[in-house]
Structure formats: structure tokens, C-alpha cells
Design a binder for this molecule. Structure first.
Ligand code: FE2
Length: 478
């Protein structure tokens, strides 16, 4: 391993040092010039601390959710951040972190884990819909956070609409035409003979939750993401199951729940198309593979196109990520699937792309054909980058960071509501390893190789987070 690689790994690891929250609004120092037309708020969520009050996380997924916001207005950037006040966070603040059980982290003392489910960290996505800001994760249910001061308002069950024992997954999709939010959640209370199901939801633009179908499962699976088209909710169900014996042992406190996840390629993969209009869903079997995130899906005539980021093995999510304080895994390869009306499934890698994650597109194209995709790139032996791919021409453009920067998810913001796809900016929260602090970097999407249009600098650091949302809403100065 080269000394450059060693240095990059060591620098990146410092991104996982605990972050302080910034509950009072801070005006950030800006270099370059924030475009006057760029106005709105970028909300982010991600784990911000992994050690607190005696808790010591065994996996990045067990860090406490830190919601941050960058208000961009009149050429200025205002910032604040707050941890979500989950029971886990409050226990750590009270010095009882050693008794907290995470997804991959055991509470100290063998008896402390018996019968206890993993604590909710609320650390995966910050979604804005119907005047609500929701902090979401796989492990828990939604938390509502104040759009302005980021204080935790409490759990959100959509006025009782979200059934007990049902999750609300961290990757809802908002239809840009109808304003509806679609999502699903693993339901462990479907019935005695059916152990689980994926319950589908539609949240209307007024924030009311409606049922949108149930996909019954013959076993519990781990399912992080999905997609919508104009006609369907689209699921690609990889055979990442929960081993019943290991889950039972975890319930008895022996081993973590996270380690009960088991990739079983012999079971194959199922594509499930759930009609948005409420009809019977369709199941199509295909060859299995591992993936975490979906970019987008759309109807292509009678076919469905599904873009995602695949991995060669399941180990990156379990074994490698547990060593997050020392190294990070190489990321995945973008791939496109075509699901034909006749039930044939084709899959091909997209160009020569590799080492990419956090696939994004212009969200005005969600559920519709998109020309451009944007990714963050991480590879232990290369400089970090933001990568843009043009699906029409098959060309790749890349903004490369040369100082050990560790870029988060690239969020596209159009120059105006009517601007063409790719005519706008890429906003990415980035950890600046050399200075051990974090910044918001703004790139011109059409000239992504060029230096940033502007950078808004924090004096402190936080991990760039997992996912977030941009909204044109702007809070008053405060
Ligand atoms: Fe995710």
C-alpha cells in the first residue's frame, strides 16, 4: 500500500470523530460567489457521533443522526445542526450509553441485550414533504424535526396512519408532477402464516398517508431502497435475508441483529412492480446481486428501466464497514436493468464507471427518463470525486478532489424551475481532510470539472452524512 493511500485513509478516518452540534445559526465564510439565483435550503442527515456517554458504535450505521441545514439566500449561507433527540441520544446524554443496544453494537453486560431491539438512530435521510421535515432510518420510524430550528418535534406516525410494527423506509420518492410521496415499510405484523410484508404508502401533498398495496413476503428481508415510475412502485428484492437462527440468538442477546443479515444468492432476486393505481402487483424472477441504492426508474414503452449501484459482494456492508474508523470500502458500480413486458430482465453495467455511491438525478425527473446521473466517488487508492454521467452520449465528467476531500451525496439544484436537465448546480457537503473540517461545495453541473463556483466553510467538522433534500423554502434569519 502506498504512503499516499495510507495518508488518505488516515485522513478520511478523522471524519468519523464525533461532531458537535451547532444549534444557533451561524453565517458561514464563503469563498467564490454564491449565485444570486441559487436560493433555498439544503437539509442533510447522517450519523454524527459514534461514541457518547459510554456508547461505542460497532458500525457507522449506529451513529446518532445529526440533521444539518444550509440556508442559501442572497449570496449568503447560514448553517445550523442538531442531533435528533431519540431515546438513544437521550440515554447517551444521561451517561447511560453503555446500556444502549444498536444494530451492530451490543449493550455492555450480557443480560442487557436480552429481548431488546436495536435503538433507533434516526440517521439516514432528511426528507421535506407537506411542510414536514422527517428524519428517517431503516431501524426506526419517522422523527419530525422543526424546519427552522431543527429541534426534535417527536415521532411522526401520520396521525395514526402508520401501523404499529411497521417501518417507514429512509428512501421515499416524491413524484415531481403530482407532489405525492411514495414509500414502503417492512411490516412484521402481517399474519401468522405470512411472516412479513412490504407495506406500500402514498402520502398526499397535504401530508395524509394512504395505503398503496402490500407485497407479502415468505421471509424477512433487508430492503433499503425502491423506485417509482409513472405507473409503478418498483422493488428489486435482493436475497438479503435475516437468518432465523441468528435472529433468535440476537433476541437472546447473543450476537447482533445486524449480523443476522444473510445474503442467499441461491434464492434468486425478485422484481416486484406494484401499480400506482392499486392493481395486482407482478413478480418477475431474475439473477441475484447485491446493491443498496437506486438512482431512478422510468417507463420505456411497456418496459421498466431501473438504474442502481451494484456490488460484487455483500462483505462491504458488514465486514469492511465495521472497520470504518480505519478504512472505508471501495464503492460500487452503476448498472441499468431493463424489465420487459414479457418478463425478461436484462442487466448491464453503465459505461466503465466504478467506485461510486449515492446515485442522484435531477429530481424533476424522478420516475421519468433522466439523461444525467450524479455520484460521489470513493476508492481507498484514488482521489475522491463527484462524477456526472450522460446516459445519452455515454460520457463521464468528473470533479476530482486532490487534497484528501471526502465528498458526500451530490444534490442537483436547477437554475430555475424551467431550466433544462443539468442546467444548475451540484451541492455536496464535503469533509476537508487536510483541515479536519467540513464545507458545502457548489459546482456548476454543466462545468463540473472546473473549480467550485463557491465554497461555504465551517470551522468545525462533521461526517458529510448519508442523504438529504433541497427545498426552495428559506427560513428567516435566526
Ligand atoms: Fe441510503
Amino acid at each position: 500500500m502506498s504512503s499516499v493511500t495510507d495518508a488518505r485513509r488516515a485522513a478520511t478516518a478523522r471524519a468519523f470523530e464525533p461532531a458537535l452540534e451547532a444549534p444557533e445559526e451561524i453565517r458561514l465564510r464563503v469563498t467564490g460567489a454564491i449565485p444570486q439565483e441559487l436560493r433555498g435550503t439544503l437539509y442533510r442527515n447522517g450519523p454524527g457521533r459514534w461514541e457518547a456517554g459510554g456508547f461505542h458504535a460497532g458500525h457507522p450505521f449506529d451513529g446518532d443522526g445529526l440533521v444539518s441545514k444550509f440556508v442559501i439566500d442572497a449570496g449568503e449561507v447560514r448553517f445550523r445542526s442538531r442531533y435528533v433527540r431519540t431515546p438513544k441520544y437521550l440515554a447517551e446524554e444521561a451517561g447511560r450509553g453503555a446500556r444502549v443496544r444498536g444494530l451492530y453494537t451490543q449493550a455492555s453486560g450480557s443480560a442487557a441485550n436480552i429481548g431488546r431491539i436495536p435503538a433507533d438512530s434516526a440517521n439516514t435521510h432528511a426528507v421535506v414533504h407537506a411542510e414536514r421535515l422527517l428524519a428517517l432510518s431503516d431501524v426506526g420510524r419517522p422523527w419530525e424535526v422543526d424546519l427552522d430550528d431543527l429541534s426534535t418535534l417527536g415521532p411522526c406516525d401520520f396521525d395514526g396512519g402508520l401501523p404499529r410494527l411497521t417501518r417507514f423506509s429512509p428512501h421515499p420518492k416524491i413524484d415531481p408532477v403530482t407532489g405525492e410521496l411514495f414509500n414502503f415499510g417492512l411490516d412484521l405484523a402481517v399474519g401468522h402464516k405470512v411472516p412479513a410484508g412490504l407495506r406500500c404508502y402514498r402520502v398526499d401533498p397535504h401530508g395524509r398517508l394512504h395505503n398503496a398495496g402490500l407485497v407479502r413476503l415468505d421471509q424477512v428481508i433487508v430492503q433499503h431502497d425502491f423506485a417509482i415510475t409513472s405507473r409503478y412502485l418498483v422493488f428489486a428484492l435482493a436475497p438479503i435475508t435475516v437468518d432465523p437462527a441468528r435472529a433468535a440468538l440476537a433476541m437472546l442477546g447473543r450476537g447482533t441483529y445486524g449480523d443476522a443479515a444473510d445474503y442467499r444468492p441461491q434464492q434468486g432476486m425478485r422484481i416486484v412492480l406494484v401499480p400506482r393505481d392499486g392493481g395486482q402487483h407482478r413478480v418477475i424472477e431474475c439473477d441475484p446481486f447485491v446493491y443498496v441504492h437506486i438512482d431512478n426508474a422510468y417507463d420505456d414503452g411497456d418496459d421498466v428501466i431501473l438504474d442502481l449501484v451494484r456490488y460484487d459482494s455483500f462483505d462491504f456492508l458488514t465486514t469492511t464497514l465495521k472497520d470504518f474508523r480505519n478504512r472505508l470500502p471501495e464503492m460500487g458500480k452503476p448498472a441499468r436493468m431493463r424489465i420487459t413486458k414479457s418478463g425478461r430482465v436484462e442487466r448491464a453495467d453503465i459505461g466503465e464507471l466504478d467506485a461510486l455511491e449515492f446515485p442522484m438525478h435531477d429530481e424533476r425527473r424522478t420516475g421519468r427518463a433522466h439523461r444525467y446521473s450524479y455520484f460521489a466517488s470513493y476508492h481507498p487508492d484514488r482521489d475522491g470525486a463527484i462524477v456526472k454521467y450522460d446516459h445519452r452520449t455515454g460520457t463521464e465528467h468528473r470533479h476530482t478532489f486532490t487534497g484528501g476531500e471526502f465528498a458526500g451525496e451530490p444534490v442537483f439544484v436547477p437554475r430555475s424551475t424551467k431550466a433544462e436537465e443539468d442546467n444548475g448546480w451540484i451541492l455536496t457537503v464535503t469533509y476537508l481532510a487536510a483541515e479536519h473540517r467540513t464545507a458545502l461545495i457548489i459546482l456548476d453541473a454543466r462545468d463540473i470539472e472546473k473549480p467550485p463556483v463557491a465554497v461555504a466553510h465551517l470551522d468545525t467538522h462533521f461526517f458529510p452524512g448519508f442523504h438529504g433534500s433541497f427545498t426552495t423554502r428559506v427560513s428567516a434569519v435566526g
